[in-house]
Design a protein around this ligand. Structure first.
Ligand code: FES
Length: 117
């Protein structure tokens, strides 16, 4: 049986570990690029669009959201048809994962790549 001091230390250690790996408040998405990326989607295939903006494989997730402990998750979607689409990389689109032209806004164009809006 753990002594009270050891138990308190153990709880503090576990709690700080949990806070580090599973933040209570998610980080903000950052601007990855200021122009969309055109990709060929294949019907029936599932894709994971990067929500956090930290992936090095834009516009898709490379797991950086987890390793940088953002508390964010990628958007998983299935292509309904085979076609070329423009996927958002500024992470400000109102219809994710597709580009809606928001990257042309002054707010996005003035923002620094790698910074939140
Ligand atoms: S790396 Fe950005 S959501 Fe996974």
């Amino acid at each position: 049986m753990l002594r009270p001091v050891a138990l308190r230390t153990w709880r503090r250690d576990i709690s700080s570990w949990l806070d580090r790996w599973f933040p209570k408040a998610p980080a903000k998405s950052v601007v990855a690029l200021k122009t969309p990326i055109k990709v060929n989607l294949v019907a029936g295939k599932t894709y994971r669009w990067c929500v956090c903006g930290r992936s090095k494989k834009q516009p898709f997730c490379d797991g950086s959201h987890f390793f940088q402990r953002t508390g964010l998750s990628p958007l998983k979607f299935k292509a309904q048809e085979t076609r070329t689409v423009a996927l958002c990389t500024c992470k400000a689109t109102q219809r994710p994962p597709y580009c809606d032209g928001t990257h042309r806004s002054e707010q996005v164009q003035k923002a620094e790549v790698g910074s939140p809006l």
